[in-house]
Design a protein around this ligand. Structure first.
Ligand code: SF4
Length: 426
């Protein structure tokens, strides 16, 4: 296959996959292939898959097999975490020739052109992917060494590899030149970033000070690896968003231990206390899993009590489902599907009330908003300096900054009116 052919990428899953699709697209374009926006126009169909939940895998697999049936003459390329997890099945059972795990993306154009299969591990330090819009992701590390017992990521994304800080700075500077206003530094667990003697708070400080980025953010943090230094860097830099996503997963020490999370409920509370002491306006969001094997009514009640006490701004809440290949898939499932659903509904109901209450407290306040674009239903959407999404009426330009007065709540989202436009971050 010669360069010049058109390719289309469909992305499933997390922010890391969104970033990886930009990496793959850049590699393909550098090799002479042309990106297109639909499957119909493309000669090469690339599916960047997720393996974190069964539902995500089934959705991607359905789309891949349907594309295989509809476009028998096109090249189908499956990449990402499911590609790594189900490589032999994809190749042998479904006859998909081009399957690449998350460390193998650099090989894609070469294999498509020359049919070569000299697989080399991906070093991201020499790729500056093209991204456009207001916000962009920048991966600072890959993989995870933590092995939470329910998680497939360490098996498919493999061991942690950190990027050179100089290269990260170069990438952020390039994005700023391309018009990007917000950069989100990505890692499965950014708190374990270490390159030479530079840790994550030092990297964050370096990016905040060495570049003109207007908003700087990061995902995801881990309670067992986070340090007070990180919050000190956040409070000391106006361009760092006062937002942290800190997955807790359970409010029961027994369950946290079974999950191999490496911290206790008390440790977590201490982190929140310190963060809020230093940055009272900080937005804190979390992830929670209900129905983990062995979770009793009492354990679940502890989670509810914990959620009530902490008052997260928002939470991503899930029912536990075992992933083949992880340790917890070997644990006896003690909770029925019905019980899991009931627990999840209770938790969502509680968190929704808290989210509403917390957002309601913003009414009457002024926020400085980075305009992201058109809101789903009506109006314009933007993010404030604590990472909260705000919707307002008006025709403000994407990437500009406006002052908004919060006047109410729709659903759970704060809505407001423009007070004035500003040309720079305040
Ligand atoms: S820290 Fe735990 S949950 Fe997060 S990617 Fe690593 S193993 Fe998975």
């Amino acid at each position: 296959m010669a360069p010049g052919y058109k390719f289309f990428i469909q992305t499933y899953g997390c922010q890391m996959n969104v970033y990886d699709s930009a990496v793959i697209s850049t590699l393909m374009e550098q090799a002479g292939f042309q990106p297109v926006k639909t499957e119909e126009e493309a000669d090469i169909l690339i599916y960047n898959t997720c393996a974190v939940r069964e539902h995500a895998e089934n959705r991607a697999m359905g789309r891949i097999l349907s594309a295989k049936g509809r476009y028998p003459l096109r090249k189908i390329v499956v990449v990402g975490c499911m590609a790594e997890r189900r490589k032999s099945e994809l190749k042998e059972k479904y006859g998909i020739k081009y399957v690449f795990g998350p460390r193998e993306y650099k090989n894609i154009p070469g294999v498509l052109i020359n049919q070569e299969a000299h697989y080399i591990n991906l070093n991201y330090d020499d790729i500056l992917p093209e991204q456009e819009g207001v916000s962009a992701y920048v991966s600072v590390m890959r993989g995870c060494n933590r092995f939470c017992t329910y998680c497939i990521v360490p098996y498919v994304r493999k061991e942690e590899v950190c990027r050179q800080p100089e290269n990260i700075i170069d990438e952020v500077k390039k994005l700023i030149k391309d018009g990007i206003k917000e950069v989100i530094l990505l890692g499965q667990n950014v708190n374990r970033y270490k390159y030479r003697d530079i840790n994550f708070p030092e990297l964050l400080k370096w990016v905040a000070e060495e570049t003109d980025i207007k908003r700087l953010n990061f995902l995801t943090s881990h309670p067992a690896d986070i340090s007070s230094e990180l919050f000190e860097v956040m409070v000391g830099h106006n361009n760092i968003t006062k937002f942290i996503h800190l997955p807790v997963q359970s409010g029961s020490d027994k369950i946290l231990n079974k999950m191999n999370r490496g911290y206790t409920v008390r440790d977590y509370k201490n982190i929140v206390k310190f963060a809020r002491g230093l940055i009272p306006e900080i937005t804190i969001t979390t992830d929670v899993i209900v129905g983990f094997p062995g979770e009793t009514d009492e354990d679940f009640q502890k989670t509810l009590d914990f959620i009530k006490e902490i008052e997260f701004d928002y939470a991503f809440m899930f029912k536990y489902s075992p992933r083949k290949g992880t340790l917890s898939a070997l644990f006896d499932e003690t909770i029925t599907e019905r019980e899991k659903k009931e627990r999840l509904s209770k938790l969502i109901e509680l968190q929704n009330k808290i989210t509403y209450k917390k957002n309601e407290r913003l009414i009457g306040r002024e926020r400085k908003i980075l305009v992201l674009g058109t809101a789903k239903r009506d109006g314009v959407m933007g993010k404030d300096a604590t990472g909260k999404l705000v919707v307002f009426k008006g025709d403000s330009k994407r990437g500009s900054f406006v002052k908004i007065n919060i006047t109410g709540i729709t659903g759970w989202t704060p809505v407001g009116k423009v007070v004035k436009s500003v040309n720079r971050e305040m």
